[in-house]
Every structure is written in structure tokens, then in C-alpha cells.
Design a protein around this ligand. Structure first.
Ligand code: ATP
Ligand code: ZN
Length: 299
């Protein structure tokens, strides 16, 4: 029997079991109303709120699982997805949506003592990396004959070990590079977590689940920075106030009791609202300004 509760109607989503993608992936699912009970030993987790089963795996396996159809969807770093697309391992998987977390950059780093002015300074070098395809593409695009040396971990010690003269790796603060006597020469790729999906057509039931999931994800992403701003303000300052608040929709204008030109304004702002914005609002005559977090948004 095939219905929404049978196993083949349940959408499979592959996520990293533990690591730098895992916490934010589970946080996103929770904010989508999808409670997950995670056990470190298990490979599967069932979600009750929507017909979704999670596959808890290593991040590097996610594009391949989706490409082969073993999983319908996956959450994976753009760096890993790009690398596996270029190397052919992710053929059959496609990008559905960027998710705005796990942002990082892939950088070429050289020894601190060595000057670096541009790609020509890499000529003849070997570059240790876990991302030979992305690095190779960049080298080719920049006309460099440097070659890559594949390493799966501890890439930053390669120059000290004499394995390579430079490296290409994920950089966040640069502290690890610094500790290994290296410095950033080039940023060659910017990454964030992606929702990816199989190119194979989904059943109607799975398609409905995917639509519900992507609508919730969009809602979470839109509400992440969104603020609901309330204030009293002179009626003739409404346009100027709208210009101050980033990503503001048309405000709701409410007349205040009594005579006078003051109104109450409610504005949904979809970008970050900072103190400078509030000070500008005050300068336009606004008072009693309140900024509230937005928990959920669906439009
Ligand atoms: P696994 O055991 O699943 O193979 P891993 O050790 O390969 O994990 P992690 O270090 O957990 O990988 O990183 C997973 C992904 O998180 C990276 O591919 C990248 O997209 C992202 N990431 C890595 N470092 C950072 C960082 N400093 N800040 C934000 N995101 C990062
Ligand atoms: Zn990994």
C-alpha cells in the first residue's frame, strides 16, 4: 500500500551526524518545527511532524548519497558539493537552496616570510589541499602551472613537513594558519550550507513534503534577521522612516487618540536593525520605539 505514512512516501534527508554543519542543520530543522531525537550511534532518525527520515552521515558522503538516489535530499557545505560536482561524484544531485549558515572560505595560503603579489607567484609550487578540483580549476583559470597534492586532513602542516610549499584549505579566523607560519594569499571560493536534492523525479507525496519543507525553510531564513518595529512618529515622517529601516514593508499606520499629527507605526523589517537605525528614527521625531524579534513568517 502506498500512502503518506508508508516508508516510500517518506522523504529522506541526509545530514551531517556531528561536526561543523551538524548543529546548525539540526537547529534549522527544529526551527522548521521538525523535532529530531538524535542518537550518536544511530544512522536513522525519524521526524514525526512531516514524513521525513534523516540519514545521519559524514558530510563528504552526502552529495554521493543524494546523487545515487539513496537519499532524496541533503544538507551539505557548498565547498564539498562544488568539489564533488567538479570531480563527478555528485552527478545526479542538484542545488535546491542556499541556507545561510556554515559560511566559510577556501583560501590559498603561503609561508609568511614569502612575498605574494598574485597568481604568478605560485608558479612551480605544489599546493596541499582536500579540494583538488576547486583548487585546480582556480589555478587553470589563473594560468598557473602550480600542482595540487591531495591531503584529507591536517593540510596546514604540509609546508612544515616539506610535502608542499603552499596549501588551499577552509579558513575562518586565520589563527590555525598563523600558528603554522602561513598567511592567506587568495580566497578562491566562498561557501555556505546548501540544501541539495536528487535530480530524479519525486513521487507526488514526496513532492508535497519537499514543498512544505522548503516553504518552512524560507520562512525561517526570512525571519532570522527580521524585526517587528513599533513607534510613535509624526505622520509626515512616514516615508523617511521607511527609508531608514532596512528591507521594510509598507508600515501599518494607526491613529493615536486625541488631536495632533502623531501616529503609531508598525513596520516589519527583514534585515538587521541596529542602534544607528533607531537613532536615525529618533532624529526624525519618532518616540517609544520598540524592536521585537520575529519567531516565524509565512507568506
Ligand atoms: P565529517 O566527520 O562529517 O567528515 P569534517 O571534519 O569533514 O566532518 P567539519 O569540520 O565538520 O567537516 O566541517 C563540515 C563543513 O562545515 C565544511 O565542509 C564547511 O562547509 C563547514 N565549515 C568548516 N569550517 C567552518 C568554519 N570554521 N566555520 C563555518 N563553517 C565551516
Ligand atoms: Zn568530512
Amino acid at each position: 500500500m502506498t500512502n503518506d505514512t508508508s516508508d516510500d512516501a517518506r522523504l529522506r534527508l541526509a545530514v551531517q551526524k556531528s561536526g561543523r554543519l551538524a548543529d546548525d542543520s539540526f537547529d534549522l530543522l527544529e526551527r522548521c518545527g521538525l523535532k529530531v531525537r538524535r542518537s550518536r550511534t544511530e544512522l536513522y532518525a525519524r521526524i514525526e511532524a512531516l514524513p521525513i527520515d534523516l540519514l545521519l552521515v559524514r558530510d563528504d558522503d552526502i552529495p554521493g548519497l543524494v546523487a545515487s538516489g539513496a537519499s532524496d535530499l541533503g544538507i551539505v557545505g557548498g565547498n564539498v558539493f562544488e568539489e564533488e560536482q567538479l570531480s563527478g561524484e555528485a552527478k545526479g544531485a542538484q542545488r535546491i537552496a542556499p541556507l545561510g549558515f556554515s559560511r566559510c572560505r577556501l583560501c590559498i595560503a603561503v609561508r609568511k616570510g614569502e612575498g605574494y603579489e598574485g597568481p604568478k607567484d605560485l608558479a612551480g609550487l605544489s599546493i596541499a589541499t582536500s579540494y583538488p578540483a576547486i583548487t585546480g580549476r582556480w589555478l587553470e583559470e589563473n594560468g598557473s602551472d602550480a600542482r595540487t597534492v591531495m591531503m584529507t586532513g591536517a593540510v596546514e602542516i604540509a609546508p612544515r613537513l616539506g610535502i608542499a610549499e603552499a596549501i588551499c584549505d577552509i579558513v575562518s579566523t586565520g589563527a590555525t594558519l598563523d600558528a603554522n607560519g602561513l598567511r592567506v594569499a587568495e580566497t578562491i571560493f566562498r561557501s555556505e550550507a546548501l540544501l541539495i536534492g536528487s535530480e530524479r523525479p519525486l513521487s507526488e507525496a514526496k513532492k508535497r513534503t519537499l514543498d512544505a519543507l522548503t516553504a518552512r525553510i524560507q520562512g525561517v531564513m526570512r525571519s532570522r534577521d527580521a524585526k517587528y518595529v513599533m513607534m510613535n512618529a509624526p505622520r509626515d515622517a512616514i516615508d523617511a522612516i521607511r527609508d531608514v529601516l532596512p528591507g521594510a514593508d509598507a508600515p501599518t499606520v494607526i491613529d493615536l487618540a486625541g488631536p495632533g499629527e502623531m501616529v503609531a507605526l508598525h513596520v516589519l523589517s527583514t534585515d538587521q536593525v541596529v542602534w544607528e537605525h533607531l537613532e536615525e528614527l529618533k532624529g526624525l521625531g519618532a518616540s517609544a520605539i520598540l524592536v521585537l524579534d520575529v519567531d516565524k513568517m509565512l507568506s
